[in-house]
Design a protein around this ligand. Structure first.
Ligand code: HEM
Ligand SMILES: CC(C)=CCC/C(C)=C/CC/C(C)=C/COP(=O)(O)OP(=O)(O)O
Length: 304
């Protein structure tokens, strides 16, 4: 029973709606993307990047990525009902109305791109808009339902944050930010296909042509193993081209060792718990790689 100390039901509902609006933004995914963007910003500047550029850049990229995620919820609302992992989402359960979610996605996207245009620079704004369209429209509305290479192609949009961080500081592109982007691009298949193996039945029932559904589990496990090797090679390139130093090399090799152990277990296919464990480790791995890039930049490349 409700007593005088408890919050009135009306306020509880308002609180729940705000929580649902936040859920639409995939806040944990966006947070990790912002960490990667921040590292891109730090590596772009010889000393410390300007605080205004960092704050406006992260806010703009974060709002746009949150908006893209909200569009993804809108476009996938019928699909999400069909899978246990997504069936409790705000639009799948109809806790939130679709027009409200659409307005929310548009508001965040306009605010994010507008802020980047107004306070950061045009290059970052247009590249962020391209990533937004790439994920929200090209991946979600088309690729996801069309081809098992959906996440490889869509991965270009998801991999953009460190590059966006870099351009927010410099206003220009270069080989270094493209390399940072390439790290996330190569990492995306081991990240997602490990989960897709674990959720294969759900994707099959929902009719989504993810690789384990169309080409089977053994083929997907091999692809994960090959992309894991590609990720390993790509993560060595910052050291090879002199962008990062010994601190990075040691740190990234330690991370790669665990990453390869998990992906080897996935490839061998003897431990049924390996795919889900590899998926969760992939998140710690990408945070770790960008963490050691940052550590190395300030420990070694800092102009003492
Ligand atoms: C096309 C590219 C990508 C695909 C298809 C993908 C797919 C997924 C899926 C399906 C989940 C599970 C979400 C859930 O159960 O709610 C997930 C979780 C996650 N992904 Fe990705 N992902 C991609 C790119 C990225 C990128 C670029 C990052 C960050 C740099 C990232 C970070 C995360 C994190 C942090 C989680 C855990 C979220 C949580 O704890 O709720 N992902 N990803
Ligand atoms: C501007 C910018 C940087 C945009 C990137 C936006 C963004 C939040 C990308 C997230 C990638 C992701 C979680 C894909 C999964 O989508 P899914 O639909 O396959 O997964 P789901 O079934 O969990 O919704």
């Amino acid at each position: 029973m409700r007593n005088a100390l408890m919050m009135p039901a009306r306020f509880e509902r308002v609180g729940e709606s705000w929580r649902d609006l936040l859920t639409l933004c995939k806040p944990r995914v966006v947070l990790v993307m912002l960490v990667c963007a921040l590292v891109g910003m730090a590596l772009a500047a010889p000393g410390l990047p300007s605080l205004a550029a960092v704050v406006n850049g992260l806010l703009g990229i974060g709002l746009a990525a949150g908006g893209a995620a909200a569009y993804n919820h809108v476009l996938d609302r019928k699909l999400d009902v069909l899978m246990a992992r997504t069936a409790r989402r705000p639009l799948a359960t109809r806790r939130l109305a679709t027009p409200l979610a659409l307005a929310w996605a548009t508001l965040l996207s306009v605010l994010g791109i507008g802020l980047l245009l107004w306070q950061v620079n045009a290059l970052t704004a247009w590249l962020t808009l391209a990533s937004l369209i790439g994920y929200a429209l090209i991946y979600t509305a088309f690729l996801k339902r069309a081809t098992p290479q959906n996440i490889v192609i869509g991965g270009v949009a998801g991999a953009a944050p460190p590059l966006l961080g870099w351009t927010a500081i410099t206003g220009s592109l270069g080989p270094e930010p493209l390399l940072l982007m390439l790290i996330i691009f190569a990492w995306t298949p081991p990240h997602f296909w490990a989960l897709a193996i674990h959720k294969r039945e759900e994707y099959a029932r929902a009719g989504v042509p993810m690789l384990p559904v169309t080409h089977g589990e053994a083929f997907t496990r091999l692809q994960i193993w090959l992309y894991a090797w590609l990720t390993l090679v790509v993560t060595l390139l910052p050291f090879v081209i002199g962008m990062s130093g010994a601190v990075y090399l040691v740190g990234v090799m330690a991370l790669n060792l665990r990453f390869m152990v998990w992906n080897y277990r996935v490839w061998r296919g003897q431990d049924p718990r390996a795919p889900l464990a590899a998926f969760w480790f992939s998140i710690r791995y990408i945070l770790g790689v960008f963490g050691v890039l940052l550590l190395d930049h300030y420990a070694v490349a800092w102009p003492w």
